[in-house]
Design a protein around this ligand. Structure first.
Ligand code: APR
Length: 169
């Protein structure tokens, strides 16, 4: 089992599933959501429409269509309101829900963006800690996925995740 960091566009990663930081409608948006829908093509939106949305903290699986990844795991992160509305627990739930779907479908490699840290304004450092600790907790208990990738969109985010991963877990 491995945890690794890459810096770049998640839509190009050749993993079994990439995770989308979606909203509760699952009907697309900006940020990584927009990039994934643009790269996957219109069939992704068609499949998402049939799902009827997704509550914050949960995750849904779709095919990847034109993406390099076979699947997309759509999860809905919390909007940051200062930290007193259970945002940390909801963000942790996004990682656990996504990893559970990956395990259920026998996926071996999953790539995450930095969920909620863009439009949803979750502080990056706190979100990074939740992401890495959630993945470590999962891998202590489970056998799959074998590889978890944190796909950062900037070198500074990459440095944050690398520093966190180099700390003893
Ligand atoms: N590849 C990897 N990471 C990306 C990409 C990309 N192509 N594009 C953006 N990111 C990064 C952002 O830099 C940020 O670190 O993804 C992280 C999450 O940012 P957002 O995409 O804004 O997602 P989020 O903060 O969870 O807000 C979700 O934004 O796009 C809408 O429909 C979406 O309403 C939802 C909301």
């Amino acid at each position: 089992m491995s945890l690794r960091v890459v810096v770049g566009d998640i839509t190009g990663l050749e993993v079994d599933a990439i995770v989308n930081a979606a909203n509760e409608t699952l009907l697309g948006g900006g940020g990584v959501d927009g990039a994934i829908h643009r790269a996957a093509g219109p069939e992704l939106l068609e499949e998402c429409r049939a799902l009827g949305g997704c509550p914050t903290g949960e995750a849904r699986l779709t095919r990847g269509y034109r993406l390099a990844a076979r699947y997309v795991i759509h999860t809905v992160g919390p909007v940051w309101h200062g930290g007193s509305r259970g945002e940390a627990e909801l963000l942790a739930a996004c990682y656990a829900s996504s990893l559970r779907l990956a395990e259920e479908h026998g996926l071996e490699s999953v790539a995450f963006p930095a969920i909620s840290t863009g439009v949803y304004r979750f502080p990056k450092e706190a979100a990074c800690e939740i992401a890495v600790e959630s993945a470590r907790a999962w891998l202590r208990e489970k056998k799959a996925p074998k590889e978890i990738v944190f796909c950062c969109f900037s070198e500074s985010d990459g440095a944050l995740y690398r520093a966190r991963l180099n700390e003893k877990g």
